[in-house]
Design a protein around this ligand. Structure first.
Ligand code: FES
Ligand SMILES: [Fe+2]
Length: 436
């Protein structure tokens, strides 16, 4: 790494973000060494490795990590490599039978705690110490997610996440379970993908069809330590108004219609009974309450029947997402009782390609009514219809990436309010790059 000109990649005093951060292979390698190898990152959800012996392979850069439930309440992570001749020990997700990890090549065996327990024809090898183990990776759990960190010197997970655990405590994310899990490869740098879900500024340009029921202008953006969030924060709670960009006066739009479109537009998030509630609150006679507050009350009651701890939320929060960005690569709208998380990683070390995982999480009525969801993987995003809004987002990606490589233009010039969380992310990346 010695001869990289780090200076040329850093954000200047003018706040212009160099495009090479999105396009350069050299920068991607630097990012791997200084960022990915040092941050805490989500490997999987806990429910994906619910049973002793279940495993999940997490790939980051050119590294494959093996996350394993070794005991009822113990999750471990290892570098996914056999101590004999290096073979990867497991791929994808699955279960190790007989609580034993067996290498496919010469059948060396390890127990779930990583200890080497059998070497075939051991007497023909140079003597090995008794307690040879797979190399461990730091692992911790929070919010129902399993987190890993390659850096033994990094701060503990809760310190890294601060203040998100406090902010998100009422949501009890650990109680949520995966309803559906989609993954795909997108033809753009991982940051292009993250950026697309970290601001509302593109709504008017990319998703104009939702402006009649979305106030895209009055969103709040706020940094939280190295992380950030945006959305209907306390100063910008949901109202049943169209985008101010449309210039409609009161009386020129129908609040019931806006509420119905909002709930339908977020169809993947809301439960059937909550969608059905729309007709009820729209047809209920006016009684001094607004349609929105009637809907919020109704939703509170429905969520309570599921066991969601609704008393921890103000009425406003029942229809307002908190879009939280977990630095460096996970973002998504979190509502009481359900959430969507997007996780984006570089595809190996390729600056022009990324892997995006989408978890739709819901609050199961009973812990037992949860059926494990399989990850559905689309190697090319165009193989699936992701819904109109997401299709529009994905269709942008390639154009951003191709355009970023142009010799014309300079760097990214970010909106100081609506794209402030993107600038913050870049500043935090710079902190990792320069702090060695
Ligand atoms: S490489 Fe694993 S047993 Fe030989
Ligand atoms: Fe979008």
């Amino acid at each position: 790494m010695g001869d990289i000109n780090l200076e040329s990649f850093l954000i200047g005093d003018d706040e212009v973000v160099p495009r090479a951060r999105y396009t350069s292979g050299e920068f991607a390698a630097l990012e791997f060494e200084r960022l990915w190898a040092r941050v805490w990152q989500v490997a999987c959800r806990e429910e994906e490795i619910a049973e002793i012996g279940d495993y999940y392979e997490y790939l980051i850069g050119d590294q494959s990590l093996l996350v394993v439930r070794s005991d009822a309440d113990v999750v471990r992570a290892y570098y996914n490599t056999c101590l004999h001749r290096g073979t990867r020990l497991a791929e994808g997700a699955g279960h190790f039978d007989n609580e034993c990890i067996r290498c496919r090549y010469h059948a060396w065996r390890y127990d779930l705690r990583g200890k080497l327990i059998e070497v075939v024809d051991a007497q023909e090898f140079a003597p090995m110490p008794l307690d040879v183990c797979l190399d461990q990776v730091r692992v911790d759990r929070w919010g129902g997610f399993v987190w890993v960190c390659l850096d033994p010197a990094a701060p503990p997970l809760l310190e890294y996440l601060d203040p998100l655990p406090t902010l998100l405590a009422p949501y009890h994310l650990d109680r949520l379970r995966i309803r559906s899990y989609l993954a795909t490869v997108l033809p753009a740098n991982w940051k292009v993908v993250v950026d697309a879900f970290n601001e509302g500024y593109h709504v008017q340009g990319t998703h104009p069809q939702i402006l009649p029921w979305t106030d895209d202008v009055n969103l709040d953006y706020e940094t939280l330590g190295i992380h950030s969030h945006y959305g209907r924060l306390p100063n910008a709670r949901r109202t049943l108004r169209p985008s101010p960009r449309l210039g409609l006066a009161e009386g020129e739009y129908d609040e019931g219609e806006i509420l119905a479109s909002f709930v339908a537009g977020l169809g993947a998030l809301f439960y059937d009974d909550e969608r059905a509630l729309i007709d009820k609150v729209r047809s209920a006679p006016p009684d001094g309450e607004t349609i929105l507050s009637r809907y919020q009350k109704g939703r509170r009651e429905l969520l309570a029947t599921r066991g969601v701890a609704v008393e921890e939320f103000a009425d406003d929060q029942l229809t307002s997402a908190d879009d939280v960005f977990f630095f460096p690569n996970m973002v998504g709208p979190i509502y009481p009782g359900n959430a969507i998380f997007f996780r984006v990683r570089p595809n190996a070390l390729d600056p022009d390609s990324s892997v995006k995982d989408t978890w739709f999480l819901e609050w199961p009525r009973e812990a037992t009514d949860y059926k494990r969801a399989q990850r559905r993987f689309y190697p090319n995003w165009t193989e699936r219809d992701w819904g109109r809004i997401t299709n529009q987002d994905y269709a942008n990606m390639e154009h951003v990436q191709v355009g970023m490589k142009s010799r014309g233009g300079r760097g990214l010039r970010l909106n100081r309010r609506q794209e402030s969380n993107i600038l913050h992310m870049h500043r935090m990346i710079d902190r990792y790059l320069t702090d060695s």
